[in-house]
Design a binder for this molecule. Structure first.
Ligand SMILES: [Zn+2]
Ligand SMILES: [Zn+2]
Length: 419
């Protein structure tokens, strides 16, 4: 399969979601979907023919156009079952839960999948978006779409449980609104509960630990100041939020969904098992290799935990398919896990080779990702740091400038491969 830059894929997916707005019931399009402007999106899709083909979406765009022309209910139903509409898609678990995936723009151009589980009388949300305006808008569209397209009666206000998959802002930032606007009880893994309930403290301490990590990584003072401001900026609107239930590995929540604790990507990261469907959040994603943080910033994070958790999820029996916190469904979860593990082994080998002479984490980040700025810079440093840390923990790297590190108060650390 040829590699398609994610920028192009995202652009086409974006246009498709908007264009599919034309399949929404009229009232939903007018009220909750007015931002979609499907007519314009269809024109843009037609103009982007080459890119549509590159991402392999030509057949779907054609099917969409045909469905819109035919106006037959059968065609609409078929399209809805195969692709969903405007980012709202339905799946079924073996034991009768209806699982709705809703695409939510949590940060500009950043899409999360928020799940609504309809199971007997119980409504459960898995994640709740960021709470930003676009996130609220898309959740409202999601619920309206679930009612209008799939004849459900589910309402946001009437959700019983909101289970937070992990304490990253795009997944939990909407928790204040959930508590204010719905009757839902909030549940989070015990290692992430503190991020919500002591949010101010957590933001301060995490930014201090991050600053130390960046200093040791070799990020200059001036740049660190800018990065720290960026790291904390979007999150300051959240108010500390008590949780109603803390979860542990093996717990059961809602109508009997099983919690699998998968530390690594985040300390309290969890997968939720809904019968034969595994909601994997950011632990396993269909295309992207989930982001890694050094344990130096977040205990219970880091590659060692992550590899362990990948192996743990690989062993879960009876999973027919998996749905991630972003991107597409995964029909072969174990194959995807293997691909991700292999990717990290390969990246570890690259880092090890890069450290044939003494290198800082900044050097390694540059080697892996080239020059980056803005938030990408933060992500590149985290990722490089996590790999360097893991190799160092296992004794494959050692500190190359130990005398200097011993003398200096604020040393920059250089790592070198052990012969
Ligand atoms: Zn995450
Ligand atoms: Zn995420």
């Amino acid at each position: 399969m040829t590699h398609v830059p994610s920028r192009i894929r995202k652009k086409i997916e974006w246009l498709l979601r908007r264009a599919e707005g034309a399949l929404l019931p009229e009232r939903v399009l007018a009220e909750e979907g007015s931002h979609l402007d499907p007519r314009r999106a269809l024109i843009k899709l037609a103009e982007s023919k080459d890119e549509v083909e590159r991402v392999g979406a030509a057949a779907r765009v054609e099917q969409l156009n045909r469905t819109l022309e035919s106006r037959r209910d059968d065609d609409r139903r078929t399209y809805l079952d195969q692709h969903g509409v405007a980012g709202i898609q339905r799946f079924h678990s073996r034991d009768g839960a209806r699982i709705y995936s809703m695409s939510v723009e949590t940060f500009p151009k950043h899409i999360n999948n928020v799940y609504l589980l309809v199971d007997g009388e119980t409504l459960t949300m898995f994640d709740c978006g960021s709470g930003m305006d676009t996130s609220r808008r898309d959740l409202a569209l999601g619920f309206a779409g679930v009612r209008g397209l799939f004849a459900e009666t589910a309402r946001y206000e009437e959700v019983d449980w909101c289970v937070i998959s992990h304490a990253h802002f795009d997944h939990f930032g909407g928790a204040n609104l959930v508590k204010k606007e719905t009757r839902a009880r909030l549940a989070v893994h015990e290692l992430d509960a503190r991020v919500l309930s002591c949010f101010g403290e957590r933001l301060v301490i995490a930014s201090k630990d991050t600053d130390v990590f960046w200093r040791r990584a070799g990020v200059p003072d001036a740049e660190r100041t800018v990065l720290i401001a960026m790291y904390t900026a979007a999150k300051s609107a959240f108010v500390a939020q008590e949780v109603d239930r803390v979860l542990r590995d093996g717990d059961s929540i809602g109508p009997g969904y099983k919690v699998h604790h998968v530390p690594g990507h985040c300390p309290g990261c969890m997968c939720l098992q809904v019968h034969d469907v595994l909601l994997t959040s950011d632990h396993v994603l269909s295309r992207t290799t989930p982001h890694q943080f050094p344990q130096a910033i977040t205990p219970f994070g880091g590659l060692e935990h992550y590899f362990y958790s990948l192996a743990k999820v690989r062993r879960i029996e009876g999973v027919n398919f998996a749905l991630g916190g972003h991107e597409d469904p995964m029909w072969d979860l174990r194959a995807r896990i293997d691909a991700i593990a292999l990717f990290h082994r390969d990246r570890l080998a690259k880092v090890q080779a890069c450290c044939s002479r003494p290198r800082t984490v900044v050097d390694v980040a540059r080697e892996l990702f080239g020059e980056q700025d803005g938030y990408s810079r933060i992500l590149a440093l985290d990722e490089a740091g996590a790999h360097v840390e893991y190799l160092h923990q296992l004794g494959h790297l050692k500190i190359g400038n130990l005398d200097e590190v011993a003398r200096a108060r604020d040393p920059v650390i250089e790592y070198v491969a052990r012969a």
